[in-house]
Design a protein around this ligand. Structure first.
Ligand SMILES: Cc1cc2nc3c(=O)[nH]c(=O)nc-3n(C[C@H](O)[C@H](O)[C@H](O)COP(=O)(O)O)c2cc1C
Length: 182
């Protein structure tokens, strides 16, 4: 069977602390998992624990020019918890972090791409956010909001929602995009 490689991309939100839950779920369903963090997300994650869990370095920056890739190529990518900032930059085509470089390019490569946001309702009310979600949706990115995924929380109450953050819905959605029928 061909190896299925999932890139789990995480941003600087409290959900990043729990990204190991998604790694665990995906490994349980047969995926090889690599974690990529935005530079700011490094302050939220337990990097050593994730490296031990996945067997791969957690990358957060572009490699040095001329050096080999240390991760196997991705079959699919999940951005979770996807920050307000990264979602807007992704839609705008900004690639100033490795995470953004991978997911902006992932659109053109036709990879199954899923975003499970973690943000508050005040952030979600900014007009750029709605535009970004629509633009990403129009190019085939599954952005899991509301009943499909995450309902933006009341400001300052995000931590309350972490125990029930629906990591498994992101995995279900990416697997629809990688099933044999597609
Ligand atoms: C304690 C803390 C909690 C935060 N929570 C969120 C959040 O839930 N959602 C969000 O989009 N941004 C949140 N932010 C803001 C992001 O960290 C900030 O926008 C950052 O620039 C995102 O960078 P990234 O998209 O490159 O990961 C939080 C910041 C801090 C310090």
């Amino acid at each position: 069977m061909t190896e299925r490689v999932l890139y789990v991309i995480t941003c600087a939100t409290p959900a990043a602390r729990d990204v190991g839950k998604l790694v665990d779920l995906a490994q349980g369903r047969g995926w090889t998992v690599c974690v990529v963090a935005t530079p700011r997300a490094l302050r939220f994650i337990d990097r050593a624990a994730l490296e031990q869990q996945t067997g791969y370095p957690v990358r957060s920056d572009y490699k040095e020019p001329g050096t080999p890739d240390v991760l196997p190529p991705a079959t699919a990518m999940i951005v979770g918890g996807a920050s307000f900032n990264t979602i807007n930059k992704w839609a705008a085509g900004i690639a100033d972090t490795l995470a953004l470089g991978l997911i902006t390019e992932g659109i053109g490569l036709g990879l199954p791409l899923v975003a499970l946001p973690f943000l508050n309702s005040a952030q979600a009310a900014h007009p750029a956010f709605g535009r970004s979600v629509k633009e990403l949706h129009d190019v085939g990115v599954r952005v899991l909001l509301g009943s499909e995924g995450y309902e933006p929380h009341i400001p300052h109450q995000g931590s309350k929602h972490l125990p029930n953050y629906p990591w498994e819905l992101a995995l279900d959605a990416v697997e629809v995009g990688t099933s044999d029928e597609n």
